[in-house]
Design a protein around this ligand. Structure first.
Ligand SMILES: [Zn+2]
Length: 361
């Protein structure tokens, strides 16, 4: 599984590899995108009245990309704070150049940095806020040293499946307070969106998210599960839909949940697609495949009642090499933004803005 992904990263990073993927891109499909009209068995052509929203979301954490395209993650290299300062700086340049505002889901681990690195990180985070980007929360209790220090103990897992609602609430509230202490109270109050680390939300997590005043969750990866049997377990196999839903506090993966049955939290799922049967997330590092999936969504997602939010995800750590220069993945993200802009009705928005536009119609 990990080998297959590394192979894809490497393929995507060379021209020859991109040509191969391009030749194979007929293998891209989007399960559950076109809904059948009840009774007729015929797929209906969706009306395209409302905007097609594009959300660039960045899981903001330690780490970097090594020369051989391997991803070094926060868990493996908690001291690799360039994932924050250099990663955010490289992304800010791209977003400024293209006039795009994005959503940065922040692991509060960054607040355990020190000295010059800490100062650089704070500068970057404040720069994000000044430029109109949104900061949300991205809990990784097992690798977040600032959170562990605040709570006076270590935690064995990132996934919500290993904790009860009380413990999950403590993670959320302490992380928010850390943001307040380091970025100021207004930054803390502005936190309205969340993506659980490793997409590993569950029903207890959904309760904690609803109870702590969030308005948006973007943890869902419809049709995809992973890490069953280890501390990063996540499971969105049952969620067979790509449109937003009201996050339910009785069954987190119930994507039919409505305003009557769900909480006040709107689940805006990450766009997923299938490549020869392998489920994949909308990630610019598979740029050739992402473009194909994007075009499919743009043509077929139902926009008759609400705008459709298309969520792309990347990591700040994937935007920087060890020494701080931009990565091929960062370049691919930039190329994707330019590509998406050529489509009609496209609007780049942050998570909270997308929620407001979605609910307003
Ligand atoms: Zn993460």
């Amino acid at each position: 599984m990990m080998r297959a992904r590394l192979l894809l990263y490497r393929l995507s990073s060379t021209l020859l590899g991109q040509a191969i993927l391009s030749a194979l891109s007929f293998g891209v499909s989007v399960p559950f995108l076109r809904q059948k009209t009840a009774g007729t068995g015929k797929a209906r052509e969706p009306a395209r009245k409302r905007p097609f929203l594009v959300l660039i979301t960045v899981d903001t954490e330690a780490g970097y990309v090594s020369k051989d395209e391997r991803r070094v993650w926060q868990k493996e290299a908690p001291e690799a704070f360039q994932g924050y300062h250099a990663g955010i700086r490289n992304l800010r340049r791209i977003f400024s150049k293209h006039g795009v505002r994005a959503t940065f889901f922040l692991s509060t681990h960054c607040f355990s940095s020190a000295g010059g690195e800490y100062a650089r990180i704070i500068t970057e985070l404040k720069g994000l806020l000044k430029e109109g980007h949104e900061i949300g929360l991205h809990p990784h209790p097992d690798s977040d040293r600032a959170l562990q220090k605040k709570l006076g103990r270590e935690f064995p897992a990132t996934s919500c499946f290993f904790y009860d609602t009380g413990q999950l609430l403590e993670f959320i509230n302490s992380s928010k307070r850390l943001i307040g202490e380091h970025l100021g109270k207004p930054a803390e109050s502005a936190i309205k969106s969340i993506r659980w680390g490793n997409w590993a939300l569950n029903t207890d997590g959904a309760k904690a998210v609803a109870a702590s005043g969030f308005l948006v969750d973007s943890s869902a990866t419809p049709g995809i599960a992973g890490h069953e049997g280890d501390s990063r377990k996540f499971d969105w196999k049952k969620a067979h839909g790509h449109s937003p839903w009201r996050l339910s506090s009785t069954d987190y993966a119930d994507c039919q949940s409505t305003a009557q049955r769900g909480s006040g939290v709107l689940e805006i799922p990450i766009a997923t697609f299938s490549f020869f049967g392998k489920a994949m997330r909308a990630d610019p590092q598979y740029s050739v495949l992402l473009r194909k999936a994007f075009a499919r969504y743009h043509a077929h997602a139902d926009r008759s009642q609400h705008p459709f939010p298309f969520v792309v995800m990347t990591h700040s750590s994937e935007a920087t090499l060890r020494e701080g220069s931009p990565t091929k993945a960062a370049l691919e993200l930039e190329n994707f933004i330019a590509f998406a802009k050529t489509f009609p009705d496209v609007e780049f928005t942050t998570a909270l803005e997308a929620r407001n536009k979605y609910l307003k119609n």
